[in-house]
Design a protein around this ligand. Sequence first.
Ligand code: SAH
Ligand code: SF4
Ligand code: F3S
Length: 462
Amino acid sequence: MKFLEFKHDVAAAQLVARIYDTPPLAFVHSFGCQQNVNDGERIKGVLTDIGYGLCDKPDDADLILFNTCAVREHAEQRVFGNVGALKALKEKKPGLIIGLCGCMANQQHIVDKLRKSYPYVDLVFGVDGIDTLPQLLVQKLAGQKKRILMDPAQRPVIVENIPIRRESEFRAWLPIMYGCDNFCTYCIVPYVRGREKSRKSADILAEFKGLVAAGYKEITLLGQNVNSYGKGLEEEIDFSDLLKLLCTVPGDYHIRFMTSHPKDASRKLIDTIAAEPRLCKHIHLPVQCGSDRLLAEMNRRYTVQQYLDLIEYARKTIPDVTFSSDIIVGFPGETEEDFAATLRLIEQVGYMQLFTFIYSKREGTKAALMPDPTTRKEKTDRMERLLKTQERIAMEKVTQQVGQTVRVLVEGYGRSEGSISGRLDNNLTVEFKADPLLIGEYARVRLTGTRATVLLGELCRC
Ligand code: SAH
Ligand code: SF4
Ligand code: F3S
């Protein structure tokens, strides 16, 4: 693994200034997970570094970039729909540069499809290409007629200090590692994001300190499997050690992280969460399903019992800990019995939140070759039953919160007139009436009631 430093591209900035009388505008839209959103923030940073301004409508843009997600078919279809809609705009505005980057661009069959059917897409680069964007644009702006389609293979490098334009002034994403080595059989991520690579702890700490100094209150550490942080680094460090290191930074902030793979979530991690007041007492621990047979087919490498043991240890060790999870419905060969086991598991754990997905076949993964006789109708029926069950569980959990006084980070406006909305440690949101000047600050709120799964409260003067 090579560690590189980003350098400001003087030649690219000069070229942009020479070609455009006023700063050209870029529209950057990110699909997919937080990691991709964070990449999008860096793409914006790199563009502004060479003189681009940012706009929020494609119609105003000189450069349009879709930072894409490949995790489910629906995500890809949305991107193709969005790209297709740009054909007319390109005809009206021939100088417009259209680019596609992110996870879809790391799949050869997608690049082939773009080459064949989308001639007006000028620029395609993958998840590791953000630092190369100025040079790709130089080639385009210097009059190259040919399209630039980068090789979808990943680079074994980590580039530090890429400029960033964050979307929020008080909540920040902080990647600690990239890629994934787990190869769950349904999942495309290891293919598009490449092998796991961890950032050096000193680089993470430096970025973290910068965020705290800039007043960021919520910092979410990102990785596809944060629990295997440190693998391959020269230094001797694991994820718990990293958390402890970050918590030594003085300041008024809290830390979240995602995603924890249950097979690597250690008791040391649970003990660390219990011991560090700045770590949220909420763990996103995707289980995917409740059947041992299917967990093995998915290559998740834990059993339901091992998962439940971990939950029990966390409950014993961290008072008031809460959990959320991801569930896949309709994995190839899922029987009624398998699905019933999933329902039982979610009842048993009592998740605060569930992110639920119907299985989507991904070309190139192992599961794509498995027989999948269950009909779409059966899968959507199961999904409905799952959602109904979780709705009841979540309602119970949310109602149990009423009466407490909690600290929240105020994130924005609420739905009802004059209200603002904050997030609790356990990821639930609460709406309450207070001055919008509190947005971005901590507030103490007494929880007084509920509206579906949203809490209602009153600002506490205490
Ligand atoms: N690294 C994370 C998740 C990344 S993808 C983890 O292991 O938890 C986010 C979620 O998308 C996954 O947890 C899974 O529930 C879902 N997912 C991934 N591939 C999928 C597919 N092919 N079909 C449906 N859901 C999928
Ligand atoms: Fe995909 Fe599994 Fe890796 Fe998560 S851990 S990104 S689900 S392969
Ligand atoms: Fe999607 Fe890539 Fe994230 S496939 S979920 S954007 S890692």
